[in-house]
Design a protein around this ligand. Structure first.
Ligand code: ADP
Length: 475
């Protein structure tokens, strides 16, 4: 199967050769022969007319003697490599450059008919049986006093014309062979530029189809095939990466589900077999409840992420007041803040600030960011939510003075299931999914989110949102 493309190309190459050969051996010879005959006939006819108007007409007006004309025509016949004749309308041969003058023996061309050239100025044949081989004959009338006195006939052996035709054809055949050999270059180019890279690509796709996504191959060309190979390589590496991610994801999910389940099961078994006495039930049931809460949170986050991915994130964009959403999200953390004695300070642009986005999803973003800010803040601290308008965008910042994020973790916090070592002690319920959700939502809006953080000093998350045109209408 692999060789068919190459075979097809070789076949096309030979078809090209065969057709070239057929054309050169059929059309070209007949065209060349036709052309040579016409050219020869034209020049001979010109000569015949010239003779008819000069020497021959002098013969009929008795201005020139037969001998003189014969001498002149003899040398012309040698020059033209032909036979020149002067023939009377009755067919009597007046003069023939092939035979000496013989007035005694009158030679008559039987059935002589001057209309033999019929419409053309030449004819091919044995000229009324007067030649043994085929000759090309041109016939020009000799006129005097508006009367046809005779004809000048010039005969040229067809053999001569065939010979020059053959030598011309030989040149065509040699050219054809050279062209055919030269076109081998195309075959070599095809092999080098198309066939070999294509074989590499086919081999690579076979490897990918067999599941070896880490197979790498190299095609060093900057044309479409090189581009195709590079794209294929890239596609395979992306699939390989996403496969690895998938495996990591499943491993993380299993791990995160297993630990709370193990602890729930452990406590419940201990209660059942009496290891935990009924008076301690309250304490352990609270732990079990917390663990189930963690499982619910994990499941919800996974579902959210899954929905974001599978739907290609369909956004339900509306114009809404971001200030209102910030206030209500902050209010939902009131209880938690009171317990840790954390104050949320809001510095918002204007009373009402419309943005064009998916309200539910932005609410989720704010919720996740505030949740983290509170989780990683110390007791008695302040969290600042600030908005700023710049070039048709609204920037929202959530800033805390908590534990901060180490520099090496800054890039990783957006990855699914990532939790920095620093946070593990502070936040046992964290899933490591919150910031992945935040990033996916903001990116789906075509916007960006950034983090500035110093360990021990705090973190600031800033994201942008498109301003709504409703703000201008309100103005
Ligand atoms: P989690 O549910 O564990 O908070 P996230 O994806 O929201 O998951 O956060 C990932 C990690 O990023 C956290 O475990 C924590 O290490 C770090 N992080 C996020 N927000 C903050 C913050 N405000 N201060 C310090 N660290 C943070």
């Amino acid at each position: 199967m692999k060789k068919t493309l190459y075979l097809k190309f070789v076949l096309a190459y030979f078809i090209f050769g065969v057709f070239g050969f057929i054309i050169v051996t059929t059309f070209v010879p007949s065209m060349t022969r036709e052309h040579l005959i016409r050219e020869k006939a034209e020049s001979l006819y010109y000569e015949a007319t010239l003779i008819g108007n000069t020497y021959a007409s002098g013969l009929y007006t008795n201005e020139t003697s037969l001998e003189t004309v014969k001498t002149q025509l003899d040398s012309l016949a040698v020059y033209l490599n032909s036979v020149i004749r002067i023939i009377n309308p009755s067919g009597r041969l007046v003069l023939d450059t092939n035979t000496p003058i013989d007035v005694e023996n009158v030679v008559v061309i039987e059935n002589f008919d001057p209309t033999i050239t019929s419409g053309s100025y030449y004819t091919i044949g044995d000229f009324f049986g007067s030649f043994n081989t085929d000759v090309l004959t041109v016939l020009a009338p000799i006129t005097s006093n508006y009367m046809v006195k005779g004809y000048v006939a010039i005969h040229c052996d067809m053999q001569d014309i065939e010979e020059s035709c053959n030598s011309l054809l030989n040149i065509s055949y040699i050219t054809l062979v050279i062209l055919f050999l030269l076109s081998l270059i195309i075959l070599i180019f095809f092999t080098e530029i198309v066939y070999i890279p294509l074989r590499k690509i086919t081999h690579a796709t076979e490897q990918y189809a067999a599941g070896n996504m880490h197979y790498e191959f190299q095609v060093d060309s900057e044309d479409e095939i090189g581009y195709l190979a590079a794209c294929l390589n890239y596609m395979a590496s992306e699939i390989a990466r996403s496969e690895d991610d998938q495996k990591k994801f499943v491993a993380n999910v299993s791990h995160d589900f297993r630990s709370p389940l193990t602890s729930i099961r452990g406590y419940l078994e201990a209660m059942k077999d009496g290891t935990i006495s009924p008076d301690m039930y309250d304490k352990y049931l609270t732990i079990v409840l917390n663990e189930t809460e963690r499982l619910t949170k994990l499941t919800n986050s996974l579902l959210t992420l899954n929905n974001l991915n599978t739907k290609g994130m369909l956004l339900d964009r509306t114009d809404f007041d971001i200030n209102q959403v910030i206030r209500s999200t902050a209010a939902s953390f009131e209880g938690t803040c009171r317990r840790k004695n954390i104050a949320i300070e809001m510095v918002l642009t204007g009373d009402i600030m419309y943005v064009n986005a998916d309200m539910g999803k932005i609410q989720q973003v704010l919720y996740n960011l505030l949740d983290n800010a509170i989780k990683f803040s110390h007791q008695n601290s302040i969290i600042k939510i600030e908005t700023a308008e710049k070039k048709n965008k609204l920037f929202v910042s959530v800033k805390d003075t908590g534990i901060g994020i180490p520099k090496e973790d800054l890039k990783l916090i957006w990855d699914r299931f990532y939790k920095s070592d620093l946070s593990r002690g502070k936040d046992k319920k964290g899933t490591g999914l919150g910031l992945s959700i935040v990033k996916e939502i903001i990116n789906a809006h075509g916007e960006h989110i950034n983090v500035i953080s110093t360990p021990g000093e705090g973190s600031e998350f800033i994201f942008s949102l498109p301003n709504s045109s409703k703000n201008d209408e309100e103005d």
